[in-house]
Design a protein around this ligand. Sequence first.
Ligand SMILES: Cc1cc2nc3c(=O)[nH]c(=O)nc-3n(C[C@H](O)[C@H](O)[C@H](O)COP(=O)(O)OP(=O)(O)OC[C@H]3O[C@@H](n4cnc5c(N)ncnc54)[C@H](O)[C@@H]3O)c2cc1C
Length: 389
Amino acid sequence: MTTLSPTGVADDADDAAALESVIDTIIGPQAGEVDSTGAYPRAGLQALGRAGLLGLVSATEAGGRGGDLAAAAHVVERLAGVCGSTAMVVLMHYAATALIEAHGPKDVREAIAAGEHVTTLAFSEVGSRSHFWAPLSTATADGGAAARLDARKSWVTSAGEADSYVWSSRPLAAAGTMTLWLVPAGTAGLHVAGAFDGLGLRGNGSRPMTADGARVPLSAVLGDDGAGLESAMTTALPYFLVLSAAFSLGLMEALTVEAGAHLSRTRLAHLGQTLAEQPVQRAAYARLRIRTDQVRAFLGDTLAALGAGRQDEMLRVLEVKAVAAEGAAEVADGAMRLCGGSAFRKELGVERRFRDALAARVMAPTTDALHDFIGRVSCGLPLFDGEGT
Ligand SMILES: Cc1cc2nc3c(=O)[nH]c(=O)nc-3n(C[C@H](O)[C@H](O)[C@H](O)COP(=O)(O)OP(=O)(O)OC[C@H]3O[C@@H](n4cnc5c(N)ncnc54)[C@H](O)[C@@H]3O)c2cc1C
């Protein structure tokens, strides 16, 4: 796994202020409606683009902010606490941008940096499901300079909304298991193949997509034919795993803060006491706080491992999404119980975040897959069967 050295170029204070402004004026006020209607959070994304935050991880030479993974994690964490759908769209955009930055054309890199282009990952497939490392979709030569893509993708965040898709297929001609392509929206033969009516993240537009003879130039390959898995694992995966942990942490923090506020302001009138003055509720709240702080510390250590190129960076990166995703499900369930009927109704926003918090553990690599990877790395085994044989 390559080291992701922080570039530290972005002006963190300016970016943080711009983010809070967009959250306060657009994303926060629209979050409830995005959840209830399932509408794609277009206005918030456009405002993030104008604020330079869609170009946060783009290189300065392309016009981007040159921000590091820690800066991106901060953005995703803050967004997730307010609007999970927007956070998921931005998370996928940053992970796909990392691949485009490494292998993509300058004009697309510049459009992303300018906040005018949203991209995403189209990895998961109907056939191989969460096993994204084993695409079944194909790329076949179509004349001398083009390829024909045929695929049934099961989930693509921002499907039909993004400007491009970082798309996996089996290799065109080379050995290996995967080739990556940059597929522009509007490519003939590309279709959104269904609606999204999910439990949570209801505005993230994670819909199935198909490619039926979608024709792309051979220059649309990201990296080398057959080298897609290596690129995905070394470039996109660290972004995806770390930012997914930040996403879970944002939900945990928001849930913990909301639960604490509820306990402090809600009274048992017959006792003349707040809920926070009840020892059992107080202890339950403490468990939420501890779990959230544990995940924050783990994410911080993961970023430190990456920043220093520490020997355990790969292990930490694999661990952090599992730690955070399970923590988020636990804290969300705990907040639902602690806030009682007030949480069960929609008045606190706890119920929405509870639903949003259940996504990360089933997003690939799922917690189960990560446990297998972590076991393999810890036991000195290759990540995938057949490697190194
Ligand atoms: C909100 C949301 C947004 C998404 N956005 C995208 C996106 O933008 N791009 C994209 O490519 N994908 C996306 N996905 C898809 C995601 O990454 C997973 O591929 C998908 O959630 C897996 O669902 P499935 O039913 O196919 O899982 P399955 O593969 O059927 O797995 C079901 C369960 O079985 C477990 N399991 C599977 N295989 C094993 C195994 N070998 N050992 C032990 N347990 C196993 C899994 O851990 C999981 O708990 C998104 C998913 C969600 C929920």
